[in-house]
Write a protein that binds this ligand. Structure first.
Ligand code: PGA
Length: 261
């Protein structure tokens, strides 16, 4: 299964998300090999319930973009794991580049969130990635290894973990899509750290790439042997574009599989 999806960031009302998912479901029927894709969407909190309803009976998994680690309490403006589950979220994205850079999310807080998500049976899409200065210094691998080690301290539910590698310099408007060979070595590094952290269970944690992925460049990432999927931001917020990226990614995967067998 190719794990393909979008983080809607701060876009779409519940009504718009419902319409988006209904339209996607309709268009999916015409995508070649759509059965090989497991889709995911992370809408804003306010759209999760509408999204979960609209996705019912489809291969689309709905998740949140963040959460607090406590079940409840005096944490104004925060949302807890049981609240997400009650709205129909199956997974939570944690440590997105924008949360780390714009909202000062620390590895310490992320560790608490990761453990809380595991405790509540949510799947965890842990986002890791280095800033550009770290890349320029050739220290990207160490930086990402440290994020993984700190964020996953005491974590054991590796069967519920996905890792989304999104170098900070590749995310959002003005971002540069990463070179696929760079992504490939980042994946090898992540796999190596996961193996070190949890032994054999680390082998099967799905690794995804994200950061300025679009219909024109997605094939080069989809063809990477280590890529279990990808995360799309801007190119995923419109039905036509979501379907175009998915179609091209699946076609590239298919072609690659045919060539290597
Ligand atoms: P982008 O966003 O595709 O717009 O660069 C990616 C992300 O934030 O997941």
């Amino acid at each position: 299964m190719f794990l393909f999806g979008t983080n809607l960031k701060m876009h779409q009302t519940p009504h718009q998300t419902r319409a988006f998912i209904h339209a996607l479901r309709e268009r999916l029927t015409a995508v070649p090999n759509a059965g090989q894709a497991a889709l995911w969407i992370a809408p804003p909190y306010t759209s999760i319930e509408a999204a979960a309803e609209a996705a019912q009976g489809s291969p689309i998994m709905i998740g949140a973009q963040n959460m607090h680690w406590a079940d409840e309490g005096a944490f104004t403006g925060e949302i807890s794991p049981p609240m997400l589950k009650a709205c129909g979220a199956e997974f939570v994205m944690l440590g997105h580049a924008e949360r780390r850079t714009l909202f000062g999310e620390t590895d310490d807080a992320l560790n608490k969130k990761v453990l809380a998500a595991a405790r509540h049976g949510l799947k965890i899409m842990l986002c890791v990635g280095e800033p550009s200065a770290v890349k320029e210094a050739g220290a990207g691998a160490d930086y990402v290894a440290q994020q993984l080690k700190l964020d996953l301290r005491g974590f054991e539910a590796f069967d519920r973990l996905l890792v989304l590698y999104e170098p900070i310099w590749s995310v959002g408007a003005g971002g540069t899509p990463a070179d696929p060979t760079y992504v490939s070595s980042a994946f090898d590094n992540i796999r190596c750290v996961l193996r070190h952290l949890c032994g054999a269970a680390g082998e099967s944690v799905p690794l995804l790439y994200g950061g300025s992925v679009d219909a024109a460049n997605c094939a080069q990432y989809a063809r990477l042997a280590q890529a279990a999927g990808m995360g799309v931001g801007r190119a995923g917020w419109n039905v036509e574009s979501f379907i175009a990226v998915l179609t091209n990614a699946l076609a590239a995967r298919q072609l690659h599989a045919t060539k290597t067998t």
